[in-house]
Ligand binder design. Sequence first.
Ligand code: PLP
Length: 425
Amino acid sequence: MSGAQPSTGAPSVGGVPLDRCLPALRALEPRAQACYVYDLDALDARARRFAAAFAPLGALCAYALKANALAALLERLRERGFGADAVSLGELELAAAAGFRAPARVLNGNGRTVAEADWVAREGVALVNADLVEELDLLQAAAARAERRVRVALRVNPGVETAGHRYIATGDDEAKFGIAPSEALEAWAARARWPRLDVDGIHVHVGSQILDPVPLERSLEVALELAAESARRGSPLGLVNLGGGFGVDYEGRGVEFPLERYAAGVLARAAGRGLAWVVEPGRWLVAPVGMLVCEVLWVKRRGARRFVVLSAGMNDLIRPALYHARHRIVALRPRPGALEPAMVVGPVCESADLFAEDAPLPPLEPGDPVALLDAGAYGAAMASTYNGRGRLAELVAEGGRLTRARAGETPADLAARTRNDTIAW
Ligand SMILES: Cc1ncc(COP(=O)(O)O)c(C=O)c1O
């Protein structure tokens, strides 16, 4: 967000004052109580910075749609030269609809289906990351049916641990993803078993919200050692996919992932190896450009505690409930008075609907506008309709223009899916 400062009021997104977004949306959605707003100017700047860091490597920077697949964001990233990293048939189709062409598409995921395999064989992708060796048989069959070739990287679990919640750690021995290095070496050596596949890549992705580059550097070393070992065994690799995981400064403490230093380190290690490179950033690109804007519904005091009940809840932003993640909370029109800790909760009937236990906030009254910062990644993308709450509208702001990029869901939208269809079995 351009100029988002905790509790100082009047921050703006894409040239639009943040406190104007929800009232403006009500011209289209009179009952809207909250919305997501993304700053396209800020996205543009981050996309350029990321692309510049990895340009010397010639890497395909495939944006991980799982972080946020809003078409307006996808189109902007495509225009900035990014590819698309999908994890499902749905995301493959969203990527294609947003204009990502075959050489820019990557397919990930640990539950490969025949439908996904057929889609990639028919429509084309740059790469599939296979999560187990048996998946190669499925891909081979699909490629044969389509009479096409498919390039495949094997996702290797490098046994690298990362900091943070275990639900966002994917590279240690407990994680469900990937295969053991020894299995990968055997599969690369046996690649002739899958004549329609180019099984010449390695994929590593050790976790998300990583601020210390050391685990990423260690997984790079594991990938390079395995590539060298496979070459010694007569099966050289052609591609290394380093995954994503680049973290952002949720706490606003100026602690940033050292993107340029990390990319320069990869470039130095890449020299002379003749490998193609892929990276899969998600959060780093979109988290800081998105805000969840809502209002205070109630302020309740119990003993010494102040509870602030917001109009947005865990169904709109589940990261705090799911990962104990914390988002900075900002009063958009702060009233005069001292900051005082507040337990900030949502209106969902769950005790886990808790955004912060002790957010320092100014005096607040019902109706006051509030924003949760850095909500652009894994926010709207993970939203649900729990408690009969439709998913929120998503707005984009750029150069002072505000656009509704996705309509919010009304109770009527939810009811419209009710059926009474007899099914022959
Ligand atoms: C395989 C893979 N690549 C890329 C990403 C994107 O990660 P991040 O948003 O942390 O950059 C993920 C997310 O978990 C992933 O599983």
